[in-house]
Design a protein. Structure first.
Length: 22
């Protein structure tokens, strides 16, 4: 897993992924 990115960026990516997957 990627653990070198800021939490803000991780949340943004997760939000985008969720929007795409759901």
């Amino acid at each position: 897993m990627i653990s070198t990115l800021p939490q803000e960026l991780v949340e943004e990516i997760l939000d985008n992924t969720w929007c795409r997957w759901t």
